[in-house]
Structures are given as structure tokens and as C-alpha cells.
Design a protein around this ligand. Structure first.
Ligand code: HEC
Ligand code: HEC
Length: 371
């Protein structure tokens, strides 16, 4: 009560003083305004203008990151996504019930397993590094050599690959799914217009739909959208350098890559046995060409290059300068670029990637086969 009275008195006193001293107020106001304008009118303004110019240039080159990468042929629905999420974690899609998509592309580890090459069925390894599944739907095609047109087509590969999930054929995968009592109704809900909802292709469509929402917006997107202080000075300097030295000749678009095939060793030959794109097209001119990888989350997705032979991001960037641009990056350029690349580490939606409860096996679900 006393407090209230005191504050009332203060308000009254203030009101009186304002009413009584209009002259003092009008002189005080412009002074306050002038002070507020100092920071924007003198020093910092050119910096902001430069940042804004950088932002406009960057948005034109990279474009925005969507929440979902749509596909007219396979519209993303909640039912498909929720089935796709289960199948992504489903180890019974592998011969020995020990490997799922998530084994090599771990969703809680930025979509990779941290290995140069990944162990599949009976610990066998291929020749190529497992790329991340995050933002992969943004790429023109899938795989290092682009042999699958989209994430739906891609998802049909690993299940039947003898050194990955090693299932015998499409029919045996469909049989496994049919033997688990909860799956047929879930396929029917996800593909309500299909006479036969549980098919190998629909398994891949459901997984693809789930992957189409695995996008990871980062501080860089906040910057592109107008928050010019979302990047630190070092990161902004790194972005300038990324432009200036020519990384953007290849790493462009919302995934900062994923949009074209380029020769590894364009300016200085790079030793590799991998035919790259030539293995798909049969054209010798494509030898050593690879799909330009996305640089989203790149700080988290090592080791690097198609064979996983490069352990550190620092080394990967130095080699890019040498082999793709024919230059030796200076130490400051190198440091700046690494700072910029770190700003591409995005936000993973923890709820979205949560491993769901998988359905109980049925009476005829085949046993694991370690052979
Ligand atoms: C044993 C490890 C392993 C398993 C299991 C596996 N993958 Fe992969 N994945 C790889 C490797 C290695 C590559 C690259 C192969 C290549 O480019 O030739 C790859 C490539 C991909 C790509 C292409 C990404 C890009 O940037 O081009 C996607 C998407 C993908 N896998 C999703 C999946 C899905 C979905 C599953 C489950 C159905 C799965 N993977 C199972 C190892 C694995
Ligand atoms: C002429 C095209 C081209 C240019 C220019 C280029 N890159 Fe690349 N970049 C590629 C290709 C192709 C690969 C895949 C290499 C492989 O398959 O082993 C790659 C791979 C990378 C990787 C490893 C990605 C991964 O997931 O393993 C990083 C990091 C990278 N580039 C950064 C840069 C930076 C930074 C610059 C500028 C200094 C740059 N690149 C310039 C085409 C290019």
C-alpha cells in the first residue's frame, strides 16, 4: 500500500516536471536522437552496407533452404513419413537383421558414421564413403557418381546390395514386411490409392518421403533471410573468400553443392582409381568426375572425399584449392573459409529423427541369416 502510494507520487511528480519544463524537454529530445543516430550514421554503416551487399549476392547464388524438398511423383504425407521413418531404422530389412539405413547414415550424427568406408553385411566394405542423408534430396541425383535419379530410387539400392543389407531379392523383402503384422496396414494408410500398397517400390517411396524433410537450416540461412549479424566477422570474411577464390564455381545452390558433376583434379590431377561418373555413362570424358558434394554440415561429416581418404576438413579445403582451383590458399584464406564452413552446421530436428517403436515380428518372419 505504501509502495503503491510512493510510485503514484513519483508518477505525479514526473508528470508535473514534464508539464512545467516543456522547453527543457524539447531541447533534450533532439540531443537524445542525435546520440541514437551516431552509430548508424558514422562508422558502422558502411560495414552494414557491405554485409547487406554480401547477403544479397549470397542469396542469389545459394537460394533459400526449404523445410521439405518436394517431388510431384511422390508427394510427402504424414503417413508416408511416419512409415518411412520406421523403415529407415528397420534392421529386419537386412539379411542378418543387424543393419539399417541408420547404421551407415546415423541421424543423430549428422547422417554419417564417421568411417572412411562403412561395414555392411558380414563387415564387408565398399570403396566409397557414406555421404550424409541430410539435405541429400536437394541434389540433382544421388550417389557420388549420380547413378540414382532421386532419393526414392536410391533407397532401393542398399537393401539388395550384397555388401550392404544383402537381401536376396525384392520378393524376399516384401515377404519380410508382409510377415510383420503391423506393416501391411501402415502401407495401406501411406498408399491409400494403390491396389497393392505393400511393394518394394513403395518401401522406397516411404523412405524417400521421410528423407525429403531431412533438411538442416543453419545460421547461414538466417543470414540469407536478412539477419546480417547471424554470421560473425570471420564467417562473413570466409564467405567473401569462398566467392573470391572460386569455390562457388562448383559449390552453389541451397545445398552449397549437389548441383553438378565436376572433375576431381580439374587444375592439378588427383590420383584415384575410381572412374566416378564414367562408370555410369560409359563415356571416357566423364572419368574422374564426381557429383559436387553438399557443404551443409561439412564440419561434422568427415572423413572426406568419395573414398573417405581425407581425414580433416582443413586438408580437404587445402586440396580443393590445389586441385580444383590451381592455387595455394594462404593461411588467412584457409582459416576464413573454415570459419564460414562451420556456419553451415545446421539444426537437426530431434523430434523428427527420434527412432520409433518398431512392430513385433510375426510367426513367419524369417530368422537372422549371418551367412
Ligand atoms: C553399409 C552402409 C550403408 C547402408 C546400410 C546404407 N547406405 Fe546409403 N550409402 C552408403 C554409401 C557407401 C553410399 C555412397 C555410395 C556411392 O556413391 O557409390 C551411400 C549413399 C547414399 C545416399 C546418396 C547421398 C548423396 O549425397 O548422393 C543416400 C540418400 C543414402 N545412401 C540413403 C540410404 C538409405 C535410405 C539406406 C537404407 C535403405 C541406406 N542408404 C543404407 C552406405 C550405406
Ligand atoms: C571445379 C569444381 C570445384 C571447385 C572449384 C571446388 N570444389 Fe570442392 N569439391 C568438388 C568435387 C567434385 C568434390 C568431390 C571430391 C571427391 O569426390 O573426392 C569436392 C569436395 C569438396 C569437399 C569435401 C566434401 C565431402 O563431403 O567429402 C570440401 C570440403 C570442398 N569440396 C570444399 C571446397 C572449397 C572450400 C572450395 C574452394 C576453395 C572448393 N571446394 C572448390 C568440386 C569443386
Amino acid at each position: 500500500m505504501l509502495r503503491l502510494l510512493a510510485s503514484l507520487l513519483t508518477v505525479l511528480a514526473l508528470a508535473c516536471s514534464q508539464a512545467e519544463t516543456p522547453a527543457a524537454d524539447t531541447t533534450a529530445e533532439p540531443a537524445a536522437n542525435a546520440m541514437a543516430e551516431v552509430p548508424t550514421e558514422s562508422e558502422p554503416e558502411p560495414v552494414d552496407a557491405a554485409r547487406e551487399a554480401l547477403r544479397i549476392r549470397a542469396s542469389a547464388i545459394f537460394g533459400g533452404m526449404p523445410d521439405e524438398v518436394s517431388n510431384e511423383a511422390n508427394p510427402v504425407t504424414e503417413e508416408k513419413v511416419s512409415l518411412g521413418r520406421m523403415l529407415y531404422y528397420e534392421k529386419r530389412l537386412s539379411k542378418n537383421h543387424d543393419i539399417a539405413c541408420n547404421s551407415c547414415h546415423q541421424l543423430d550424427a549428422f547422417g554419417v558414421d564417421g568411417e572412411a568406408t562403412s561395414p555392411g553385411h558380414r563387415g564387408q566394405r565398399g570403396d566409397r564413403n557414406s555421404p550424409t542423408v541430410y539435405n541429400a534430396a536437394l541434389h540433382i541425383t544421388q550417389f557420388w557418381d549420380g547413378r540414382a535419379p532421386d532419393v526414392e530410387a536410391q533407397a532401393k539400392g542398399p537393401v539388395l546390395n550384397p555388401i550392404e543389407m544383402a537381401m536376396r531379392d525384392e520378393a524376399s523383402v516384401v515377404a519380410v514386411l508382409n510377415s510383420i503384422p503391423d506393416y501391411p496396414p501402415l502401407f495401406a494408410e501411406a498408399f491409400p490409392d494403390d491396389a497393392e500398397p505393400l511393394t518394394y517400390d513403395n518401401m522406397a517411396r516411404a523412405i524417400g518421403a521421410f528423407e525429403r524433410r531431412l533438411t538442416t537450416p543453419s545460421r547461414f540461412d538466417a543470414f540469407l533471410e536478412g539477419q546480417i549479424d547471424a554470421l560473425s566477422d570471420d564467417e562473413a570474411a570466409g564467405l567473401e573468400t569462398f566467392f573470391a577464390v572460386g569455390c562457388i564455381q562448383c559449390h552453389v545452390g541451397p545445398a552449397i553443392g549437389g548441383g553438378s558433376y565436376q572433375k576431381l583434379g580439374r587444375n592439378l590431377p588427383y590420383p584415384t582409381e575410381d572412374p566416378g561418373r564414367a562408370g555410369v555413362t560409359g563415356d571416357e570424358a566423364d572419368r574422374g568426375f564426381f557429383k559436387v558434394p553438399s557443404l551443409r554440415n561439412i564440419e561434422q561429416t568427415g572423413p572426406y572425399f568419395h573414398d573417405g581418404s581425407i581425414a580433416s576438413l582443413d586438408e580437404a579445403v587445402r586440396l580443393m584449392g590445389r586441385h580444383q582451383l590451381g592455387i595455394e590458399l594462404t593461411d588467412p584464406q584457409q582459416t576464413e573459409i573454415l570459419a564460414f564452413l562451420a556456419s553451415l552446421t545446421g539444426q537437426v530436428d530431434e523430434a523428427y529423427i527420434q527412432q520409433p517403436q518398431l512392430p513385433e515380428r510375426g510367426l513367419d518372419t524369417p530368422a537372422p541369416d549371418p551367412r
